[in-house]
Write a protein that binds this ligand. Structure first.
Ligand SMILES: [Zn+2]
Length: 266
């Protein structure tokens, strides 16, 4: 049976999809992916994400500056980001965050760029899409400050930790701050086996799924391009790990994505 799912994190604007973007989106819909959030990495990529969302009813956009881009971002760029974020199909700010693994931008540049985007998200009352790689300690401290000002009734959810790969105590701290946890096909890689107990312990009402395509394809497609049509494979895999039915997991993660991004999902 076809599962109905939401891909909460894709990079459909990337050059990897230049030759067959429309076919990729059509294949996703065919496979049961009913909504795709395409996530910008800088201003140009965020603008492309919005264009895609304008042209495809099932695509939504998140706009932001990835930590890899941080060295090139000035405070004025955040004003430009704020302008495009007012588009009706923009549902989140990000991908933003900290990446102390690759350090493609120096740490000193990553921190302010993340803070500016957190402030913007709060101002616009949009959730944030967080990338955190080998940076959970700094990230948790920063987000704790941010969420302490964020606690107002009727505020939308704080955001999502994308491609989560930490331990349960880290997950619990993000959950306590109101974040959703997003998992992708990498949970099926041999190197992720140790995460399975954590994956089983995450609360079902705070989990969402993603492809992060073109990156991180399912194990059987490793070395190839990932695409949203593969997301149902991840939902089945995750259901197996959590010992629930794929239908239940698809339904739960769809509901959660709806809450996270304040979507009116049928
Ligand atoms: Zn991403």
């Amino acid at each position: 049976m076809k599962l109905s799912v939401v891909d909460t994190h894709a990079h459909l604007d990337m050059a990897h999809f230049n030759k067959d973007r429309s076919e990729v989106i059509a294949r996703a819909l065919d496979s049961g992916v009913k909504t795709i959030v395409t996530v910008g990495l800088d201003l140009a990529s965020s603008q492309k994400a919005i264009k895609l969302a304008e042209n495809h009813p099932e695509v939504l956009a998140s706009v932001g500056f990835h930590p890899h881009e941080a060295a090139r971002v000035k405070e004025a760029d955040i004003t430009a980001l704020a302008e495009i974020a007012s588009h009706p199909k923009v549902i989140a700010i990000g991908e933003t965050g900290l990446d102390f693994y690759r350090n493609r931008s120096p740490r000193e540049a990553q921190l302010p760029v993340l803070k500016w985007q957190l402030e913007l998200a709060m101002k616009l009352d949009l959730p944030v899409v967080i990338h955190s790689r080998q940076a959970d300690r700094d990230m948790l401290a920063l987000l704790r400050d941010w969420t302490s000002c964020h606690k107002r009734p009727n505020r939308k959810p704080t955001g999502v930790i994308h491609c989560f790969n930490g331990d349960m105590s880290t997950a619990q701290q993000y959950l306590d701050m109101g974040f959703f946890i997003s998992l992708g096909a990498y949970i099926g890689y041999p190197a992720s086996l140790h995460m399975h107990p954590v994956i089983r312990s995450l609360p079902g009402d705070r989990l969402v799924v993603e492809t992060d395509c073109p990156y991180l394809p399912p194990q059987k497609y490793r070395g190839k391009r990932n695409e949203p049509a593969y997301l149902p494979l991840t939902v089945r895999l995750l259901a197996g790990i959590r010992k629930v039915s794929p239908e239940t997991l698809a339904e739960e993660t769809t509901q959660n994505a709806g809450k996270l991004f304040s979507l009116a999902l049928k």
